[in-house]
Ligand binder design. Sequence first.
Ligand SMILES: [Zn+2]
Length: 225
Amino acid sequence: MPLPAGVHWFSPTLPIHVFKARAEGPTAVVQAGIHGDEVAGVHALEELLEEEVRPSHGTLIVVPVMNPPAYRARLRMPIGGLDLNRCFPGDADAPERELRLARRFMDLMLDERPVLCLTLHESKKRFRPDIVPSFGQTLVYGVEPRPPVVDRVLSRLNERFTEDEESFDPLHYPVSTSSTEVTVQAVGCVGLCFETWMGFDEGRRIKMHKAVVELLLDDVGVRKL
Ligand SMILES: [Zn+2]
């Protein structure tokens, strides 16, 4: 069963914000902080929540910090922990916290059947086509052919971010145990990872994350601009 509107807690520090519009429409899920050292997406979602972001149609689900212990440590994963974004689809009976959390999140995705699952990431390396892997300033997708929404959103994003090195590229980079890719396979939605380059100051990166959320929600019809 889909969650009702409100804040639901996967743990005392892991809120799942569910907003429902009066008008019918699809469901979009936006999450950040699956890697604890990638803070701009976390702060962008917290700002959007403070600004009372709401869907105009359907359901918007916001998870600002997927892995609170990693975020507090400002590490990709907490010391002694697992990389949460390599734990999907997870295991409800596993001793590892990350595998149990991944399974809980997958069950949420199966209940909610989103059309979009967006994960906000950051990277120390700026993307260059000849450097593999490099992710900074990309919108990453895991399936071919490239979902058309990627090019539509990147062209709008690149109208807003025109300074040196700011422009964003599409990048095909499947990761079989990531939250987005496993969700795509299970639900058939569009799954994207947005990656900013940490070479920019945090305020600029937060603006980029807020912009991609706004543009993607507009494109899928959950929050029309
Ligand atoms: Zn990441």
